[in-house]
Each structure stands twice: as C-alpha cells, then as structure tokens.
Design a protein around this ligand. Structure first.
Ligand code: MN
Length: 242
C-alpha cells in the first residue's frame, strides 16, 4: 500500500504511526509544512526504508514562513522529494496570495536549479494558477497533484502537462471527486490520505486507511484489489525512476 501524501509529524504519536506503517509495509511520502520541520520529520523515518520525507512550505502558511526560504534552499540538496508546496485560493488565504506566489515560484526555480524533484503539490481553488507555474518551470521535476479538485478542463490541462495525481477518501466521497479520478490516466495515479488533516466520522485518517481507496479504485478500474495494488506499486516504481 502507498500513502503518497501524509503529515506523519503532525500526529500526536508520530513514532507509533511510523512503527505501524513499517508493520503494514506501507510506502509513505511524509510531507512537511515548513523547512524547519525537515530535520525532525526526516529523523522519524531514519529506520524506515519505505518512508520518504519531503521538504515543503505549505501555501496556507507561506506568508508566515517566507523567512524560511533560505533554509529551504540550504536543505534542498538533501531532499529528493518536495512537498507540501503549491497555492491555495480559498478566501481566507487570498490576502496572502502574492506571498504564496513568491514562495511557490521561488521553490520551483530552486528545483529547476537542483535538477528537478518529485513534488507533492496543493492546488485547492487554485488549479489554473498552479498549472500555469508548473508550465512556466518545466525543469522543476515531476508534479504529483495532491487532492486535485479543479474542473474537468483543468484536469485535462494537468494531464497534458504530465502531472500525476494522489487521490484519497475525501475525493471518493464526492461525486465530483469520483468523476475526476475516473478521468485520470490509471498509470499516473497514487493513493494518499492527507492524514491527520482529513477526518472520517470525526477520526483522523491514518496512513493505512489508503486501503479504502484501493477498494474504490479496484471498482472504478474494474480489476481485482490485488491487481489494483500491483498497478499502484508499478506506478510508484515508474515515478521514482523518472
Ligand atoms: Mn496536506
């Protein structure tokens, strides 16, 4: 199983969650929201071969953490994965839009300079502005759009730009989310939870809760759950070797 976007460091008991992930042989992309979280969060995974840590600066706090960009640049050579980065167009974050753009473009330019990274990208209510930047920085690496919620037209654009997608329970629970997932190229889809930010029935999702998305994908793709697992692992292998 794969959870390609979760915030291990934000669970109240991250070491226990890591142990459980190891038991389940789960592949995890452990994203961070600030460069200053990098050291602590990557040390969580030091004895877990299947857990990778991503260096990030979350768009919702870009305005507060702009000052950490030099730290981002300093740490980037150590990080093969970058995330969570992106833009958030929700009204509460609109006042900081310019700062979000500054941070996102700075990070993309740094990724170009570093030779490209695999990036987990947030695009809530900002699909087109995110895609415009991805297009403007083609050497930044491979974009995995996490919890994509744009329009069908924006999805097509993202597919043309060779984006990947990580999909989770929140998407399967909405008709629009399901419609989007059904139009994604099956060889560019991974599963995610975005835990512990996402709750189902008042309980935060755990990384191994991706099993429900495997079931959903298996129905959508009309193949067995084993075949779905295999397809997702093949996708991960393909992404990582890109
Ligand atoms: Mn997230």
């Amino acid at each position: 199983m794969i959870d390609f976007h979760c915030h291990l460091d934000l669970y109240p008991n991250p070491d226990q969650v890591v142990e459980e992930c190891k038991k389940c042989e789960l592949y995890v992309l452990s994203v961070t929201t600030t460069p200053s979280a990098w050291n602590g969060t990557s040390s969580l995974a030091r004895n877990a071969a299947r857990i990778r840590t991503a260096l990030g600066l979350h768009p919702q706090i870009a305005h507060e953490r702009l000052g950490e960009l030099p730290l981002f640049d300093k740490l980037l050579p150590e990080a093969r994965y970058v995330g969570e980065i992106g833009l958030d167009g929700a009204p509460e974050f609109q006042p900081h839009w310019q700062k979000q753009i500054t941070v996102f473009e700075h990070i993309l330019a740094q990724c170009v300079q570093a030779g490209g990274r695999i990036m987990s990208v947030h695009s809530r209510r900002a699909a087109q502005p995110v895609l415009d930047r991805i297009k403007a920085f083609p050497g930044a690496g491979t974009t995995v759009l996490h919890w994509f919620s744009g329009s069908t037209k924006e999805l097509k654009h993202a597919i043309e730009l060779q984006c990947w997608f990580s999909v989770g329970p929140a998407m399967f629970n909405s008709a629009k989310g399901r419609a989007l997932i059904s139009q994604m190229p099956t060889n560019r889809v991974l599963t995610e939870t975005d835990g512990p930010f996402v709750n189902v029935d008042g309980v935060p999702l755990m990384p191994w809760d991706v099993d429900s998305s495997i079931k959903e994908l298996s129905k959508m793709w009309a193949i067995s759950e084993d075949e779905t697992q295999q397809a997702l692992l093949n996708n991960l292998r393909e992404l990582v070797s890109s």
